[in-house]
Design a protein around this ligand. Structure first.
Ligand code: ADP
Ligand code: MG
Length: 336
């Protein structure tokens, strides 16, 4: 970490040079940072897959929540998750930063450390971005580009009545972690709290599983869970012209989540079904694919669980363990 310079002495172009020096670049005939635009070449026969997401201080995060390194990891992770949900392989990304005047340079370096870790872990190259000052908080925007054979891409629109609804990993950890952060609970010293807070601050995009499902042609529709299972499954249903029923008792929950909600009066089902920021995959598949999906998930090292099925009702209905219908207090996070 270099604290010799401040952001103002480094200046916009000094910062861009520093960013460029830290990230391996596309090689000729491709072109990354340094010109007016990047030049990138998808592999033959591949469809380009592009997504963008931004994180704004005070909206998506507070700087007091955790180290900037984790925020850097998350900024790329949430974009990787979008490509995972299409079944695409990530290739390049663009990083745009609006930085408050006087922001400590070592904090920017920590942010870049996290971005670089995540980029290396997923083999994506930084191909450009934009840099400006901010009059309010820190804003981080990432645009990601990936590729996949067009016939293998998984959309929200392919679910069919009778398909099973699956989710990867466990649900609710991140929402519970955020709730504990907002209540200013001490994070260190309690393993369960540390686990769920880390699931919020450092989510794991399910890139391998998403691509494996696409390549195997096993799923009919897929989405990543950023706004809560019920809201995101609702998007699959809207675009597929179907409905779904979910058995809440079947939702996969981590042991840490289970222990924390057992000892506190927290709304278990609200967190697991509508909490948001899980960055797990939700997908639908014909029931005769069940064994093949379980095998594939095992190979990918990520648990996958059937939580319900696709119906022709036109809406998502979630059943509590006693058979009554669950009414979420909000279906998921919306900004406006
Ligand atoms: P312009 O004035 O045309 O927007 P810039 O001076 O902003 O160009 O950018 C110069 C080069 O630096 C471009 O290749 C751009 O993609 C890259 N760049 C700018 N900011 C970032 C950043 N935060 N991360 C990566 N590349 C960046
Ligand atoms: Mg610019």
């Amino acid at each position: 970490m270099n604290t010799e310079f401040s952001l103002s002495s480094l200046g916009e172009f000094g910062l861009i040079d520093r960013i460029q020096s830290r990230f391996p670049q596309p090689v000729a005939p491709e072109l990354g940072i340094g010109d007016d635009a990047a030049l990138l070449t998808p592999s033959p026969g591949m469809q380009l897959v592009v997504s963008t997401d931004l994180l704004a201080e005070g909206v998506h995060f507070e700087r007091s929540f955790g180290p900037l390194r984790l925020l850097g990891r998350k900024a790329l992770a949430v974009n990787l998750s979008d490509l995972a949900a299409m079944g695409a392989r990530p290739r390049w990304f663009f990083l745009s930063l609006a930085i408050p005047v006087g922001f400590p340079l070592d904090e920017i370096e920590a942010l870049l450390d996290g971005v670089a870790e995540q980029a290396t872990a997923h083999g994506v190259l930084l191909a450009g971005g934009d840099t400006c000052g901010s009059r309010s908080g820190l804003v981080i925007s990432v645009t990601i580009m990936g590729e996949q054979r067009p016939e293998l891409l998984l959309r929200r629109s392919g679910a069919r009545t009778g398909d099973e609804v699956w989710v990867s990993g466990t649900l609710g950890d991140s929402a519970l972690g955020l709730q504990l952060l907002l209540k200013n609970r001490p994070v260190s010293g309690c393993n369960e709290t540390e686990y769920v807070v880390n699931r919020h601050l450092d989510p794991t995009p399910r890139c391998g599983l998403g691509q494996a499902l696409a390549k195997a042609g096993l799923a009919s529709a897929m989405i990543d869970i950023s706004d809560g299972l019920l809201a995101d499954l609702g998007h699959i249903c809207e675009q597929s012209g179907c409905g779904a029923e979910i058995r809440l008792a079947q939702l996969p929950r981590s042991p840490q989540f289970q222990r924390l909600v057992a000892s506190a009066p927290l709304s278990l089902w609200q967190l697991a079904a509508a909490g948001g920021e899980d960055y797990e995959l939700c997908f639908t598949a014909s029931a005769d694919r069940r064994a093949a999906i379980q095998e594939l998930a095992k190979t990918a090292g990520i648990p996958a669980t059937v939580v319900g099925k696709v119906t022709d009702s036109g809406r998502v209905v979630a059943y509590l363990p006693d058979g009554s219908i669950f009414q979420p207090s909000s279906a998921g996070y919306t900004h406006f």
